[in-house]
Design a binder for this molecule. Structure first.
Ligand SMILES: Nc1nc2c(ncn2[C@@H]2O[C@H](COP(=O)(O)OP(=O)(O)OP(=O)(O)O)[C@@H](O)[C@H]2O)c(=O)[nH]1
Length: 309
């Protein structure tokens, strides 16, 4: 607790950038072992906590992005952690890691926390870490004001999934990030493990941005029992038709093999991951969260109802 204030690491990055994966690896390596991990998810269905079973202290703030409507809940949670760190858990908490939702601007969160009179005396942001997905960042930086704001807010930028991109394109992405935020260190990590990045190439020219429809979370009830094969086929078809608008999909469904975590980032669908039973808070099974723009929830539900039937 430097200067008597608890340190806070803000871990940000666009939807699906790899925040939980990176943090899971750090926890596995014993980093942040005495930190309180706070996970904020934009959607009301928490999933990321399932990936962070290695955390000794974990709180999920679901159902509101912490830089806007979820801010009061974040402030309340941080005040509680500060109370615990100086009271009942004195000497046991080294700091806090906040994994933001992919819809959050970490700069806005840091500013809001600094403006809170109680927290300003008890907490200080030690680092803003922002993850940039090698596969999608160039397109996101070109089109999404939020992706640029996130990169600009970073003290340190970590390029995730670098193995999936040719070195020349990676070098251009590194240069583009450097141009956006010359003060930030830039590193690479594959599944959370540090990897070397190529020297910067020629940066991409980023266009001036015009207003796009806001990105919002939507919940789709797909049924808790079975049907996951139909669901993955339906999801693939949806992403192939609407992959530009459906930015992120995550959810937990029941299959004969157990609980399956289904997820995608843009059109990239991950192989389903079988989740251990009984670990961590139980997520709502049979609910898929789709985060994107121009999504008509009722139309989506009707489409799935027809297909799933
Ligand atoms: N190949 C590869 N895949 C990765 C890497 N990091 C994350 N992924 C995959 O990318 C997808 C999204 O990863 P998450 O860690 O859930 O991303 P996130 O930023 O926490 O996602 P949101 O909380 O929804 O914004 C998952 O399918 C991961 O397996 C990486 O370094 N390499």
């Amino acid at each position: 607790m430097a200067e008597g204030r608890l340190g806070l690491v803000i871990l940000g990055g666009f939807l699906g950038a790899g925040k939980s994966t990176w943090l899971r690896h750090q926890l596995h390596e014993g980093r942040f072992a005495r930190h309180h991990i706070l996970v904020n998810e934009a959607a009301g269905t928490p999933v990321d906590n399932l990936l962070l079973g290695g955390a000794a202290r974990l709180t999920v703030l679901a159902g509101g992005c912490a830089c806007c409507e979820g801010l009061p809940a974040l402030i309340a949670a941080l005040r509680d952690i500060c109370d615990a760190a100086s009271g009942r858990e004195a000497g046991q908490i080294d700091g806090v890691v906040l994994e933001t939702s992919g819809l959050a601007d970490p700069g806005a969160i840091a500013a809001a926390l600094a403006a809170d009179q109680v927290l300003a005396r008890r907490l200080r942001v030690t680092e803003v870490l922002v993850l940039a997905d090698a596969l999608h960042s160039a397109a996101q930086l070109a089109a999404e004001p939020l992706a640029r704001a996130q990169a600009e807010a970073a003290d340190r930028l970590i390029v995730t999934k670098p193995a999936g991109l040719p070195a020349a394109e990676l070098a251009r992405l590194v240069a583009t990030l450097h141009r956006l935020n010359p003060g930030a260190g830039i590193e690479g990590a594959e599944q959370g493990v540090p990897v070397a990045l190529p020297a910067p190439g020629a940066p991409y020219d980023l266009p001036a941005l015009t207003g796009a429809a806001p990105i919002r979370p939507h919940r789709l009830r797909v049924g808790a029992e079975g049907g996951w094969v139909a669901l993955s086929v339906w999801l693939s078809a949806l992403l192939s038709a609407r992959g530009e608008d459906v930015v992120r999909v995550k959810g937990v469904v029941r299959s004969p093999a157990g609980r399956l975590l289904l997820q995608s980032v843009r059109r990239v669908v991950q192989p389903p991951e079988i989740l251990p039973e009984g670990e961590g808070p139980t997520p709502e099974e049979g609910v898929i969260v789709l985060i994107g723009r121009n999504i008509d929830e009722e139309l989506l539900a009707r489409s799935w109802a027809r297909f799933g039937a």
